[in-house]
Ligand binder design. Structure first.
Ligand code: ATP
Length: 367
């Protein structure tokens, strides 16, 4: 009889069309059973890709059937967004050492990659109100000013801000392919939790519901096409380091994370946690942005309202890149409130140049 290692190695010869990796490495093999009667597993894929994966299912089944000693091979295609199965009664028999080892939590294997998106960057902060959304949008606009095709997903379920910051109100339409068509603003393709629910309503989401909504926004939006894929999708995460962030970062193939902090110690402590969270989920930290680093007074002097250099120092200590500082800029605040982002409308301004420089560093760190 064949063993699990042999089966997993064989399944790596079948290529996942989305990630380009073998099925085992891509984390698509779930619930593998290797018994004298049969070898089988669940091929867990995003709901919208089921048709695309049917040939992969057949190839996997053929691969298993070709292994020595296998009489019955079975691969079941299942979608990630299916409702949770009823809890199974736990077997009372004592588990073997191997089974105990198998059941220990492992480093998560991400499995969802949005369609036609080359790179996904998440922007997080430990603490709320540090300007994460402002910086995410500035970064997205900066990347697009560098000539890239950029998407912006406002995934902040606790306080979606894209509708206000970009002056967008109408919900996205659904295309014939049942995917949401992101709105377009200032050269960005935009989708937001705020388009789907009333942004003024306090949002109380149960963790699994929030994670599912975010995964759907991410994977069921038509960000790009085969001819014109998105170069980068910037995802503005909810603040904090809780379950919602953890689940999203575990379930999605993310290429890098940017952490935003203000310079004061209270914010830095939380930002450090965010860096640690990304580290734990094996997401490369592309760097830290220090927001509200200073304010230019009318006499031209720089007032360091929250202290300055704290986030830079933190980046050095944690050995992650420092991407740059963003001053308190009243024009940027006003533009955000009025749906007129100043970095897009005044691309030569100091603040726009800062975001372009940050975008350049992010790109460099991504490569
Ligand atoms: N550098 C800045 N200069 C001026 N105003 C700023 C700056 N950064 C953020 N703001 C303002 O501070 C407020 C909070 O910013 P923002 O919504 O981006 O924070 P956030 O961290 O995303 O908040 P939340 O955690 O609530 O989602 C907004 O009014 C925004 O315009």
């Amino acid at each position: 009889m064949t063993d699990k290692e042999t089966v997993l190695a064989a399944l790596n010869t079948v290529i996942d069309p989305v990630s380009g990796q073998g099925l085992s490495d891509a984390g698509l093999v779930r619930g593998l059973i290797v018994s004298p009667e049969r070898v089988g597993f669940m091929l867990e894929v995003p709901q919208d890709l089921v048709t695309q994966y049917d040939p992969v299912r057949l190839a996997a089944e053929k691969c298993l059937a070709g292994l020595e000693g296998v009489t019955k091979a079975q691969v079941v295609l299942t979608t990630e967004l299916a409702p949770n199965p009823q809890p199974q009664k736990q077997p009372s028999a004592k588990l073997s050492e191997r089974a105990v080892e198998d059941s220990r939590p492992k480093a998560p294997v991400a499995s969802v990659r949005p369609h036609h998106v080359k790179k996904v960057i998440v922007v997080g902060s430990g603490k709320g109100g540090v300007g994460k959304s402002t910086v995410s949008l500035g970064l997205a606009i900066g990347l697009s000013q560098l000539g890239l095709r950029v998407g912006y997903l406002d995934a902040d379920i606790y306080g979606p801000s894209a509708p206000v910051m970009l002056g967008l109100r109408q919900p996205p339409e659904f295309g014939a392919d049942k995917l949401m068509v992101p709105l377009e603003a200032y050269g960005l393709k935009v989708n937001s939790v705020g388009f789907l629910v009333d942004p003024d309503q306090a949002m109380i989401w149960r963790g699994p519901m929030a994670s599912q909504a975010l995964t759907q926004l991410l994977t069921q939006s038509r960000w790009g096409t085969a001819e014109a894929p998105l170069d980068v999708l910037v995802v503005d995460l909810p603040p904090g380091t809780g379950d919602v962030q953890l689940t999203l970062t575990q379930k999605t193939l993310i290429d890098g994370a940017v952490v935003v902090s203000t310079p004061q110690e209270m914010a830095l402590a939380d930002a450090r946690r965010a860096v640690t969270l990304f580290g734990k989920t094996a997401i490369p930290v592309l760097g830290v942005v220090e927001n509200m680093a200073y304010l230019v007074a009318p006499d031209g002097s720089e007032m360091e309202i929250f202290g300055r250099g704290g986030a830079k120092g933190m980046a050095e200590v944690l050995n992650v890149p420092f991407l740059g500082e963003v001053p308190l800029d009243p024009a940027m605040r006003k533009g955000c409130d009025e749906g007129k982002p100043v970095t897009a409308l005044a691309p030569q301004s100091d603040i726009a140049t800062r975001f372009k420089n940050i975008a350049e560093r992010v790109l460099k760190a991504l490569k």
